[in-house]
Design a protein around this ligand. Structure first.
Ligand SMILES: C[S@@+](CC[C@H](N)C(=O)[O-])C[C@H]1O[C@@H](n2cnc3c(N)ncnc32)[C@H](O)[C@@H]1O
Ligand SMILES: *[C@@H]1O[C@H](CO)[C@@H](O)[C@H](O)[C@H]1NC(C)=O
Ligand SMILES: *[C@@H]1O[C@H](CO)[C@@H](O)[C@H](O)[C@H]1NC(C)=O
Length: 435
């Protein structure tokens, strides 16, 4: 029955990945128009939004009842506005409802000792309050194809908490994430690796180049996997690798990156795009952990299954959700993306048998000390985002119904489009396998 509430997302061509690939490939100037398309669904009228979210909550409740074996039945009548208020109330009253929903539908990686992060939801809330005014001073206002608000906050919060001596970033684009790292820990060293130097973007518009960052970029570019990290750490006077945080936003196979980081002795890693099964342009840790023995994990490709039915419904609501036909490839292969391990912005991909996918998860579990997915900042009824499926994400920091809190923190001031880029940003702590 667990599979019955799964839903997922796909990566539409306009998202960060595709654009970044374009940016990585061609160094030539591109016509502005290619990059200035607005996000679909960014502007919806209040009535449409109310109807939409009323329907969403209705669907959510139906799904939950279905998952619990009860008969789905209509709960609302009257105007969409009534439905919206009433459903928000219901969601709050049935405490834990959303969280049940999440744990039924979301696969989590298991860490070695079940260790978790130190920070709490309250810390995240306090962080949000502090971060908003910082975010509003960002040099790159429109970071289309780069990080939006949720992930900018997540990155800022985590590195500020971890207070590393050195931050390494792989995949800089125009430098927005470099700027976020700098705001979070002003005194730390930064090393940034990116094929194209962020200063190149300055010619065309806003970009950020940090004064105290070592760039392996442009003609000095070296891939993370080819750097002699022992030498570089030595040069920067770093002897304790637990004081280093590595941030990956380079759209490479995350298993490859994790193995490279492990080999170099790094322990704290943040992955920007932790794509869900069936979506994205590179193999992610979340995909790897999607296994039938994990609660909420594994998939059946039966066209008449509950999962198939629910997926096709959810696809109507959320742009990135994928239905069973998209999820399953040849021979009912669902792992990774239709049985493929994607790498390097999907420029490379390789079909793997289920056994290999399974082995990958065993390996990952053997080195994993902490696995923590950043929750979305706020629920979709507040942010009006229409892209990622909340059923496939942890509960938001500010839940649907906490409208007052959302406004009080000033989040209502932000443009809707900045909430569209959420892809389960991930923090992991790793150490070599002991067995
Ligand atoms: C999604 S963008 C990064 C967005 C950025 N972190 C931000 O602040 O929004 C991906 C970047 O990875 C770069 N890239 C491509 N291949 C790479 C590699 N092997 N190592 C590091 N970066 C790479 C691309 O050129 C692009 O700038
Ligand atoms: C750069 O960072 C190092 C290490 O924190 C520091 O010693 C140095 O003063 C900084 N330089 C500038 C120009 O900020
Ligand atoms: C990824 O690559 C495969 C094989 O080249 C291709 O069939 C598929 O359409 C690509 N997907 C995306 C989203 O680019």
């Amino acid at each position: 029955m667990q599979e019955s509430v799964l839903s997922s997302r796909r990566a539409p061509p306009e998202d960060c990945a595709a654009a970044a690939a374009a940016a990585a490939e061609d160094d030539a100037d591109e016509p502005k128009s290619r990059r200035s398309a607005s996000f679909p669904g960014a502007r919806i009228s209040a009535a449409a939004a109310a109807a939409f979210f009323g329907l969403f909550f209705f669907l959510l409740l139906v799904l939950v009842f279905a998952a619990r074996g009860a008969q789905p039945r209509p709960v609302f009548c009257g105007s969409p506005y009534d439905a919206l208020t009433r459903s928000a109330l219901l969601v709050r009253r049935l405490d834990g409802l959303a969280s049940d929903f999440g744990s039924l539908g979301v696969p989590w990686c298991r860490s070695k000792q079940g260790k978790t992060v130190e920070w709490t939801t309250n810390d995240l809330l306090k962080g949000l309050e502090e971060f908003l005014p910082v975010y509003e001073t960002r040099p790159i206002k429109n970071n289309m194809y780069g990080m939006g608000f949720d992930h900018s906050f997540g990155l800022w919060f985590m590195v500020r908490w971890l207070k590393p001596d050195l931050m390494i970033e792989s995949g800089a684009f125009k430098g927005h994430s470099t700027w976020v790292l700098r705001q979070a820990v002003p005194e730390a060293r930064i090393i940034s690796l990116s094929p194209r130097h962020p200063e190149k973007y300055l010619k065309k518009g806003p970009a950020y180049v940090d004064k105290n960052c070592t760039y392996f970029a442009g003609k000095d570019f070296v891939d993370f996997g080819s750097v002699d990290w022992a030498k570089v750490m030595d040069k920067h006077g770093i002897s304790d690798l637990s004081q280093v945080v590595v941030f990956f936003d380079d759209h490479q196979n995350e298993l490859k990156r994790l193995k490279q980081a492990l080999k170099a002795g790094f322990q704290n890693l943040i992955f920007e795009d932790n794509y869900d099964t069936g979506t994205g342009d590179h193999y992610s840790l979340r995909q790897i952990c999607d296994q039938s023995y994990i609660r909420g994990g594994g998939h059946s490709c039966f066209i008449d299954s509950d999962e198939a039915r629910i997926r096709s419904k959810r696809k109507k609501f959320w742009e990135k959700a994928v239905d069973i036909e998209e999820l399953c490839g040849k021979g009912d292969a669902w792992w990774g993306v239709r049985g493929y391990v994607r790498d390097n912005f999907n420029h490379s991909n390789k079909a793997i048998p289920y056994e290999e996918h399974f082995e990958n998860s065993r390996f990952l579990e053997s080195v994993l000390d902490v696995y923590w997915e950043l929750p979305p900042v706020a629920g979709p009824s507040l942010t009006h985002q229409t892209r990622y499926d909340p059923a496939r994400a942890p509960n938001p920091i500010i839940e649907d119904g906490q409208y007052g809190l959302f406004q009080r923190l000033g989040l209502g001031r932000l443009e809707t489009s900045v909430f569209n880029g959420y892809t389960q940003m991930l923090y992991v702590q790793i150490s070599p396998s002991t067995s």
